[in-house]
Design a protein around this ligand. Structure first.
Ligand code: HEM
Length: 474
């Protein structure tokens, strides 16, 4: 018997369409929808989204409360129920002691030694993919990078190098992703949800068939690492659990990385002085793309942080309420679903100086705006469910730009429009032009920077020989 729906009549509701509720408005532009509604109704209100009644809770205190979950009042399994048919059994969708046990079990698959080996696989694949990228003509960066991350995921995550297999799995995986935000949640014939569920079954079956071979083999991809994990009792993980975890890991890793690299590329295209700063630190590596060497890429890290602040790959998180909680002075009863928004907190002018502005130095001493509150900058979440792939993501981004910047410069005519859900992407695929790199040159006396940052490299010039002047930014 399903539990009776909680009484939320004391919380203001936003009128919506029959059946769909507010789903379409939220999918179209969630930030505009939520800031507009907050200004009208206050920081707590109800929406209907993807078939669920959800209490939207604004503000940094709500973000802190759901991430830290101090008295165990929140459930992830219940909060992320809307993606459970596709990604059920994944680490994020587990709670309490069971979640802790599974997280401990998975952690060895992300140890430094594994990351080090993955980095080698990844760098090789990135180099091969970008070697064919065209220069001096219009280029849709997002689609190219999505193809690239798909190849990286096939090789580094699944140990698959054969293009046909990787394309088949990639297509199934994209169908699964596509179903996460399908407005029709029932898997009726020909719907996105039906396609997504078929894709999940296909992928799980494909992975299950590989388990035995991977246990015996010596592959260093993430799937092989997972296959060799043992439970606390020293047993192998059963096929159902293992494939659920792997299926979720792909989901967690794939488009989030694509979004991060795209968001960075957009800002670099608009701010050539940062492009030069990053190119300079890549040049200082002198071809050593080892794990430790990547640590030195501090400008890249700042650009990464700033890009994730402006375009949070996971802008909203959801939690089920297990015991009554009070948010903004209102009691939310058990059975409700609460959504908090780290993405909007990262754009809050009460916390960040000119939050709309691209300004990576806000993360550097002495400004360190991110330290104004432990959850001011939280694109990777926090508490027990904090992203397990944070270092992996950072490594992938650095590996990409370490391969990209010695070959190319990137220019864009205008900022892109972003569609933020389910995972952010530029609506036009991010139109840019790539040009060939020329040696980095400084021309004293010519400051091309935006004047917005204190960055030491801000007098860098546009690379000589670029066919098209970067527009915007400065
Ligand atoms: C820039 C890229 C990424 C971002 C912004 C990101 C963000 C997040 C966030 C916000 C959560 C927590 C959600 C919540 O609390 O409801 C999360 C969880 C998770 N992420 Fe990531 N992620 C990224 C990349 C990755 C990668 C590359 C992997 C794997 C290689 C990964 C694996 C996971 C896993 C396993 C969890 C669940 C952790 C748990 O429940 O204990 N993520 N991620």
């Amino acid at each position: 018997m399903p539990a009776p729906a909680p009484d939320l009549s004391h919380i203001p509701a936003v009128p919506g369409l029959p059946l769909l509720g507010n789903t379409l408005q939220i999918l179209r532009d969630p930030y505009a929808f939520h800031t507009g509604t907050r200004d009208r109704l206050g920081p707590l209100y109800r929406v209907r989204f993807l078939g669920h009644e959800v209490v939207a809770a604004h503000g940094i205190d709500a973000v802190e409360m759901v991430f830290l979950n101090r008295d165990g009042a929140f459930s992830n399994a219940r909060g992320w129920e809307m993606i459970a048919p596709l990604f059920g059994g994944g680490l994020l969708l587990r709670d309490g002691a069971e979640h802790r046990t599974h997280r401990r079990m998975l952690q060895p698959a992300f140890r430094a030694e594994v990351l080090r080996r993955t980095l080698r696989l990844m760098s090789r694949r990135i180099e091969a993919e970008i070697a064919h990228w065209p220069v001096d003509r219009p280029f849709r960066f997002f689609w190219a990078i999505r193809q690239l991350t798909r190849g990286v995921a096939a090789e580094a995550f699944m140990g698959i190098t054969d293009r046909r297999t990787s394309d088949r799995l990639g297509d199934a995986f994209l169908a699964e992703l596509d179903a996460t935000a399908a407005p029709i949640r029932t898997p009726l014939p020909f719907t996105r949800m039906a396609r997504g569920l078929r894709a999940r079954a296909f992928l799980k079956d494909h992975f299950a068939r590989l388990i035995e071979e991977r246990r015996q083999g010596s592959g260093h991809d993430i799937f092989s690492e997972l296959c060799r994990l043992r439970t606390e009792d020293g047993e192998w993980l059963d096929a159902g659990t293992l494939t659920d975890h792997f299926n979720f890991l792909l989901f967690a890793a794939f488009d989030t990385s694509t979004t991060s690299v795209t968001a960075m590329a957009e800002q670099l295209a608009l701010h050539p002085e940062w492009q030069e700063a990053m190119a300079e630190e890549v040049a200082a590596l002198k071809g050593d793309l080892g794990f430790e060497a990547l640590e030195t890429m501090q400008a890249t890290e700042r650009v990464f942080r700033e890009a994730l602040r402006l375009v949070a790959p996971v802008p909203f998180v959801a939690r089920g309420v297990l015991r009554a909680v009070e948010i903004h002075g209102v009691t939310i009863p058990p059975g409700a679903i609460v959504s908090a928004c780290p993405g909007l907190v990262m754009m809050d002018p009460a916390i960040w100086t000119s939050p709309e502005r691209f300004d990576p130095d806000r993360f550097a001493e002495p400004r360190t705006e991110d330290r104004r509150h432990p959850f001011a900058w939280a694109p990777f979440g926090g508490g027990a469910h904090k992203c397990l792939g944070m270092h992996f993501a950072m490594m992938e981004v650095k590996a990409f730009f370490a391969a990209f910047l010695p070959r190319f410069r990137i220019a864009a005519r205008a900022p892109a429009e972003w569609r933020r859900l389910p995972i952010p992407r530029p609506t036009d695929g991010l139109r840019v032009t790539l040009t060939r790199d020329r040696p980095f040159q400084r021309r004293p006396g010519r400051d091309r920077s935006s004047g917005l940052t204190d960055h030491p490299h801000r007098s860098a010039t546009r690379p000589a020989g670029s066919q098209q002047a970067p527009v915007g930014g400065d």
